[in-house]
Design a protein around this ligand. Structure first.
Ligand SMILES: Cc1cc2nc3c(=O)[nH]c(=O)nc-3n(C[C@H](O)[C@H](O)[C@H](O)COP(=O)(O)OP(=O)(O)OC[C@H]3O[C@@H](n4cnc5c(N)ncnc54)[C@H](O)[C@@H]3O)c2cc1C
Length: 385
């Protein structure tokens, strides 16, 4: 039984391992040039706080021992879902089952003046992390566009590397998708105290090239931020390129059922590229790994006519800790008319806030800054697990 896994990130590697454990011969295709790595650690690599090798999921021998053939620098160009034929430089063959695990692509905003040659980048691959590593150095002026979790982590790590980061966020507060006003206010103070200049309610309108390879960003209030490098971190969207070319149904991502199968028998999707019918898309390493495991096992089961197992989504969760700044959040951010915050701490520690978000009587979110005490218990209570 031969199974192909297209994309070797968190979902792809777990899918390959699960299919191999069920006795399949697995081809794992990656369009990157390095062995699969933990993508969330790229920020530490970019800021010189982790070595690339330390981010690898497994050494080469691990894959060989499991009977997984890893094909690096091998983008799959063509896929036919009816015959499950995969075409790339390594092969042109039909497989018993296929897992699409193509991940997501960073969103690139349209900003005037953003042209080749300007030091304005995204951070999504090891290649980009290594390019940034030469630029996020002591004293470097680093502009981070986007005050979500990746932007905040990038700015905090840049500050820890001795750089001078500025975060420009369009919305009124940092991490607005994850936390409400109370937690965001405390987080803002702590991120600023860590050496990050934060500009909320601001957007970058235009870039201008400066001498010595620097760039000036002109903001919507006319103010300017000069930077040696700018990192754009405003989110990602599922990489639907291959699926759409193959005629597989997509919405925001590749649409899958509870067994992570597309409408094409034997064609599964997992991770950032996938969208469970009736749900939104998610960008989460943890969820990608969990889905990969099930998709790989189901691909093998489907190829041998065994029963498929359903996938249950875990609650989305945020955990960010860099130096003295730590924030944890799960569920709804709150802030709506029907929401109410209930503090779990007595407010006596100025660096700590632990709270529940309630809608009516129901707990719909948990947020903690400066402490994780009681977080897991509160999440269990809320999700009823
Ligand atoms: C800097 C950074 C920090 C992050 N931090 C966190 C975090 O703290 N917590 C968290 O939960 N999530 C985090 N994320 C998001 C997380 O990394 C993703 O949700 C996760 O990587 C998704 O896994 P995946 O396997 O679906 O996709 P990916 O890891 O993106 O892997 C997909 C792979 O498929 C390859 N591919 C695409 N098309 C083809 C093709 N046609 N042929 C062959 N290969 C192909 C891609 O190049 C890529 O290597 C972070 C992401 C980034 C970039």
């Amino acid at each position: 039984m031969k199974i192909a896994v297209i994309g070797a990130g968190h979902a792809g590697v777990e899918a390959a391992a699960a299919a191999a454990a069920a006795g399949a011969e697995v081809d794992l295709f990656s369009n990157e040039g390095v062995l699969p790595y933990f993508r969330p650690r790229l920020i530490a690599v970019a800021c010189g706080q982790s070595e690339p090798d330390a981010t690898l999921m497994h050494p080469a021998e691990w894959y060989a021992a499991k009977g997984i053939r890893v094909h690096l620098e091998t983008p799959v160009m063509v896929f036919d879902p009816e015959t499950r034929r995969v075409v790339c430089k390594a092969t042109d063959a039909a497989y018993a089952a296929v897992v699409l695990a193509c991940g997501s692509l960073p969103i690139i905003p349209k900003i005037d003046g953003w042209a080749d040659g300007l030091p304005v980048m995204v951070l999504w691959t090891m290649r980009e992390a290594l390019l940034l590593r030469n630029r996020i150095t002591t004293g470097a002026r680093v502009l981070v566009i986007g005050g979500g979790v990746l932007g905040v982590e990038t700015a905090l790590r840049a500050a820890a590397a001795g750089a001078k980061p500025v975060v420009v966020e369009r919305l009124p507060r940092l991490l607005s998708a994850n936390v409400g006003e109370t937690a965001a206010r405390l987080l803002h103070e702590q991120v600023a105290a860590a050496g990050v200049d934060i500009r909320c309610n601001r957007s970058v309108l235009m870039f201008r090239s400066e001498a010595a390879g620097a760039v000036t960003a002109v903001l919507d209030d006319g103010s300017r931020v000069e930077a040696d490098v700018a990192v754009c971190s405003i989110g990602a969207s599922p990489n639907r390129t291959l699926a759409q070319a193959a005629g597989i149904e997509t919405d925001r991502g590749v649409l899958i059922d509870a067994y992570l199968q597309t409408p094409w028998p034997g064609v599964f999707a997992a991770g950032d590229v996938a969208q469970l019918r009736g749900c939104g898309v998610r960008c989460s390493a943890r969820e990608a790994s969990l889905q990969g495991k099930i998709a790989g096992a189901n691909a093998a089961a489907c190829a041998t006519q065994r029963g498929l197992q359903p996938y249950t989504s875990p609650q989305p969760m945020l955990a960010l800790k860099v130096g003295a700044v730590e924030v944890y959040a799960a569920g709804e951010a709150g802030g709506g008319e029907a929401h109410r915050e209930e503090r779990l701490d007595d407010g006596s520690l100025c660096r700590v806030c632990r709270l529940l978000v309630r809608r009516g009587d129901a707990v719909v979110g948990v947020q903690m800054v400066g402490s994780r005490e009681g977080f897991d218990a509160a999440c269990k209570h809320w999700s009823g697990q």
